[in-house]
Structure formats: C-alpha cells, structure tokens
Design a binder for this molecule. Structure first.
Ligand code: FE2
Length: 478
C-alpha cells in the first residue's frame, strides 16, 4: 500500500471508471478500494457502482480489524450480483488463513500498466507490470512445456499490453489480451515467481556464532543414513542450507569414504588441484595450507569467478597435537557489522576487492595466474538476504579498486569485519577425527585450522555450487 500515491490511484480510478462497464461473468471491476477510502468524487453512479462501493466499504471494514467472517457472505453475494458470477475474493489483513482460503485481492491500474495482487503472506500488494505478466505467459504459444523453456517473443514491447479483460477465481488469474491471446496463472505460481514478491523464497537459515552452534546437537547425519536414505540425504542438505555446514559421521576412515559421502551430494568438481585431493605438510606445495601453521578463517577460491560451492574435509591421519578445525559463519559476521556500523556494511557491500593466486601447475606446466574481483558479500536483488560471501586475507590482491580518498573508509570497514570474524564468540572449533566428513558451504561459512605438530593427512574435494543447490531444491529444502 505504501508505494501507491493517492494521485495515482485517483487517476487510475477516473480512467478506469470512464470505461463502459461490462457485466461479463467473473470480470473484475476496475476499482481500487483505497479510492473509496479517499472519497474520490464519483458522479452518476449506476446501481451496480453503488453496490460495488458498498461492498468495498464492507471489505475495508474487515481490513481494519481481524474479520470474524461475518462480513463475508453479504459482501460475496453483493459482488456476485454485480459481476454475475463468482466473487472476486478479498484478503483480510492479518488473517493469512483467510487469504489462502478465499484467494488474493486483485485490482488493475491501466494508466500505470500494473496489476495489484495481494499474493504475499505479509499482506503487501505485489504490483505486477502487465509487461511482466505477458512476458511470463505459460500458454503453449509462449512456453514449451516439454522442455520447460520459454519461446522468445521478439514483439513483446510492440504489443498493446493493456488487458482486454482480467478474470479471477479463488485459485487462478486469467487475462485476455487485446490481440486475442489468453494467459492463465495460478496465484500460487505468481506468489512463488513474481520478482519483488518472492517472500516465500526467503531461505530458512539459522545464522550462528559459537554460543548458538554449541547450544544444540551439531548438524550431523550418520554415513549409512546419508548414503542409503532419501530422508538422510535431505537432512544433510537441510543442514547445509540452514547452518552452512554438516558432518557425515561413522564414514569409512579413508579417501574412498570421503568420495562416497561427497558424491552422495553431488559429483566431485575438478579443479586445478584435481578431483579428490589430500593435503599434508610433506607435500611442500606453494600454499600455507601445506605447512604446520595455523590458518585463519577464510573461504576458498576467492580468486575464481565462481568459487567452489562446498569444500569437503576428512581427517585421515594425525599423529601429533593441535590441528583443530575452525568454522565461522560469514553471514553472521556480516550481519554483526551491519548492526554495529551500517556504513561499514554498505562500504563492504559496494566495494570490489581483487583476489589473486598463483597456483603451481603439475607436470612442469606454466602456473595458473588467477584473479577475480568481487565485493566481500552480495545481497539477493529481490529479497535483500545475503547471497554470497568471500573472504580470504591470504589471497586478497593489490587494492586497485578504491579511490585514495575512500581508502580510510574502506580500511575501517574491512578491519571491523576482520575483527568480528576473529572474535572468540564467532569461532566454532572442532577436533575432526577419521570417519567424520565435514562439508562446508564455501559461499557462506569460513574454515581454518589451528597449528599442529606431527604428520597430519587430510582428504577433501570441492563440489560445485550449482550442483549441490540443485540437489537442495530437488529435496525441497531450498
Ligand atoms: Fe582453505
């Protein structure tokens, strides 16, 4: 409601009422109920228009208090009388059950070329442009239902996109366009897919710190359940979506156990490190990871245009001390910065950071010279929720993206985030052991490790973001 200004409404109502009223069955009347609230002058009302105004006032009354349902029958009957068929159902503010049962409220605004539909569970109206509705027509002429792909419409913008008629029942919205084409959508489909109204798409995440993650059972699924049960796999995927990591316990304490637990989620992703890899200090590779040193919390592959989606860790051997694994929820760290210093949050969101890495190639091949630019985090353009996080103090490149005058602001924000990440209350430490496979969402949760002594052999691999997220969608957890 708040995005509608009164002049627009009055203008729309004036134009819409100027159109000849046709009492076609099921046809929505072109009136917005806010106009009644504003007492816009309406002259020469017909009996039908007077009845509609009475209906709107009844509906407005039930929007101002939780409706007991008493208004429903009289209002519905009156609308049936003026429309000659099924009523246009209305939504009762604050009573979602009613909205679901009786369907959304719909009103059209031809001057603005939008249809208002109350399809979001928080009661906000979705203002859907006619252009979007026609572009997302799912008729056989516009959409291939065998391949589930769109059929391009190169004339979209040349068409008259004002509907000839708009019809609705409790479940479906039908539009007849002026070129004779007809489109039908279910309200459920619109609620799920209309871009600014993707309220149902909000991910069920639980951001965590040390205290929260230790307050309940750790996200873990036994190997047999993970491997042989659809519900077991679903639980693993749900843990990844909710917490950004999960463990597979009681796995074979071998690289083969790593492979099986990983491939149950998605195929292992090949990278410059190969597929399934092992890490130990004896390998002498050109990376801090291959030493005895501790590693601060970071995400991997920040220097790639699309970092790996999941990183898998499985400790196979360790005959010394130390070497505990560290996890930090990057989304929680960013949210903490947002609460403590909103300007720092905006600075980090809006600043591209260079990340780079010279990866040693095998077999005498030239090294990889890898570089990527990205903000430390991004937000979903529709819901505003955090979408990606990449942070690696080791692989941060030469800063060539910030104007000198803006450097103090950037460094202040970057240091704030770095300090939040390294606070003891942010850190979850866990001692891995052979048979426990750890899967970490590399687009959200950072990993690290404590310094250690002795021989320590770690097995692991990467899984692609698109592959595991597809599995999560298929399992119904995303
Ligand atoms: Fe790493």
């Amino acid at each position: 409601m708040k995005s509608i200004n009164i002049s627009t409404i009055s203008r729309s109502v004036h134009v819409l009422l100027a159109q000849p009223a046709k009492a076609a069955p099921h046809q929505i009347k072109l009136i917005h109920h806010l106009a009644a609230q504003q007492q816009a002058p309406i002259h020469h009302q017909s009996q039908q228009q007077q009845q509609q105004q009475q209906y709107r006032q009844k509906r407005l009354a039930c929007n101002t208090a939780l409706c007991s349902g008493k208004c429903k029958k009289s209002a519905r009957r009156q609308l049936e009388a003026v429309s000659g068929g099924s009523p246009v159902s209305h939504k009762h503010t604050g009573n979602v059950a009613h909205a679901v049962e009786h369907g959304p409220e719909v009103s059209r605004h031809d001057l603005d070329q939008i249809l208002e539909v109350s399809i979001s569970p928080d009661g906000q109206l979705a203002r859907i442009p006619y252009m979007w509705l026609r572009d997302h027509c799912r008729s056989k002429r516009c959409f291939n239902h065998n391949t589930q792909q769109k059929i391009p419409d190169l004339q979209l913008l040349e068409r008259d996109l004002t509907p000839q008629s708009v019809l609705a029942d409790d479940k479906n919205l039908s539009i007849k366009w002026r070129d004779g084409h007809e489109t039908q959508y279910s309200f459920d489909w619109l609620a799920e897919h209309f871009y600014p109204g993707q309220f149902s798409k909000r991910t069920k995440r639980a951001m965590w710190d040390k205290k929260k993650i230790n307050s309940g059972p750790l996200p873990a699924v036994p190997f047999e359940y993970h491997m042989n049960s659809e519900e077991g796999l679903r639980q693993s995927l749900q843990n990844l979506v909710k917490y950004g990591f999960t463990m597979v316990t009681e796995a074979p304490p071998t690289a083969e156990g790593t492979r099986q637990a990983s491939e149950r989620v998605s195929p292992i992703q090949e990278s410059m490190y190969g597929g399934l890899w092992t890490v130990s200090p004896a390998m002498g590779n050109n990376d801090t990871a291959y030493t005895h040193e501790g590693l601060g919390a970071h995400t991997d592959n920040t220097y790639l245009s699309s970092p790996a989606g999941i990183e898998v860790f499985h400790l196979l051997e360790h005959d010394g001390t130390g070497g505990e694994s560290l996890l930090v929820d990057g989304f929680n760290a960013v949210d903490t910065v947002r609460q403590e210093d909103p300007e720092a949050y905006q600075t980090l969101r809006d600043t591209l950071i260079p990340f780079e890495y010279m990866a040693t190639a095998a077999d005498g091949k030239p090294p990889y010279l890898l570089k990527a630019y990205s903000p430390i985090f991004t937000e979903h353009p529709g819901t505003g929720e955090l979408l990606t996080f990449r942070f690696n103090a080791y692989d941060r490149g030469t800063l060539d993206t910030v104007e000198p005058s803006q450097l103090p602001k950037f460094y202040k924000a970057y240091q704030h985030l770095s300090q939040v990440i390294s606070r003891p209350e942010s850190e979850f430490w866990y001692k891995l052991s052979p048979g426990t496979v750890l899967l970490v969402d590399n687009w959200r949760v950072m990993h690290g490790r404590g310094a250690f002594t002795g021989f320590r052999l770690l097995s692991g691999c990467y899984l692609s973001r698109d592959e595991w997220v597809s599995e999560a969608r298929r399992a119904g957890v995303l």
